[in-house]
Design a protein around this ligand. Structure first.
Ligand SMILES: [Zn+2]
Length: 307
């Protein structure tokens, strides 16, 4: 059975995963996503045991019927509707929030518009298994390694914005390097399965992403470090000049810090100062101005504390 539903007002995030070490990019003990680990790091979003969260609310109750005019199919009106249209060329076609989803046979919430740059992918909302962005390119920025491999890729619009962001940072004397960007469903599956073999599924889910739930699979997210690669995807990246620069300026280039400090219960992930996500400047600025998360932007809260 397939049915389309609107993003619920209340999303049941599992807080267990929010507090577990390594929910996001950084696995608990150790460096699976170090820069040297080129082949498909695990780092990401665990999605741990969220698919079947019993508290998942019934769809559509109370959601707003109004919608952005350019997206007639979208059932959601975001809380912060991009008021600033000064950058007319800036993704006006693609940054429209659009978070319809379908419930598949496994009761998973599969996003209906995975190509939207504003798509919400988290522990509750997953990408279709077959989704692969069709506009992946290699961003013209330095990485912490030389190889041109999958995890160096991003969707074109995000890659271009990233190049501008890196250039802006450089002007301010901050030299950044990419660490890990796109990850295919297949890669995520392989990585995840290896951990399941090693530690069993339950444990693996505490530090590795369930395939489909990693924001890296959108091609819109990237983990960033300083050009020296120190503290890449490590807690010690927090407070570095690179992290501070990203926190202050990423929104100017259409990126948000996806897993901010103090929002763990909302995003489901620990603080990740290195993980930035492209959403377009309208949304990034609205989110930064309000100090909120993408979940809050879509009213995908409050979080129910059950698991
Ligand atoms: Zn990441």
């Amino acid at each position: 059975m397939r049915l389309t539903a609107t993003l619920p007002l209340i999303v049941g995030l599992c807080l267990m995963a929010a507090t577990a070490a390594g929910c996001g990019d950084k696995p608990s003990a150790g460096g699976q996503d170090s820069p040297a680990n080129i082949a498909g790091s695990t780092d990401h979003p665990t999605g741990a045991n969220q698919d079947k969260t019993p508290s998942d609310p019934p769809p559509a109750s109370g959601s707003s019927p109004s919608q952005p005019s350019s997206h007639p199919s979208s059932p959601i009106t975001p809380s912060a509707q991009a008021p600033d249209k000064s950058g007319a060329s800036n993704n006006s076609n693609t940054s429209t929030p659009d978070n319809e989803y379908a419930v598949n046979d496994n009761a998973e919430h599969v996003v209906a518009h995975p190509d939207s740059v504003a798509v919400l992918v988290n522990k509750q909302f997953m990408l279709p298994q077959t989704y692969k962005p069709d506009d992946l390119v290699y961003p013209d920025v330095p990485f912490t390694y030389k190889e041109k491999i999958e995890k160096r890729m991003m969707r074109k619009v995000a890659a271009e914005a990233l190049a501008k962001l890196f250039a802006g940072a450089k002007k301010d004397g901050v030299n950044l390097a990419g660490v890990s960007a796109y990850r295919s469903y297949a890669t995520q599956t392989s990585v995840f399965n290896n951990y399941v073999k090693k530690d069993g599924k339950e444990k693996a889910m505490t530090y590795s992403a369930v395939p489909g739930h990693s924001e890296h699979e959108t091609g819109l997210a990237i983990d960033v470090a300083g050009s020296d690669g120190k503290c890449a995807i490590e807690d010690c990246f927090a407070g570095t000049k690179e992290a501070n620069w990203l926190a202050k300026h990423a929104a100017e280039y259409g990126f948000i810090l996806r897993y901010p400090k103090g929002k763990e219960a909302i995003t489901g992930y620990q603080y990740e100062p290195w993980h930035i996500r492209y959403v377009g400047t309208d949304i990034s600025k609205a989110i930064a101005d309000k100090g909120i998360t993408l979940e809050e932007y879509y009213h995908a809260i409050p979080v129910t504390k059950t698991h």
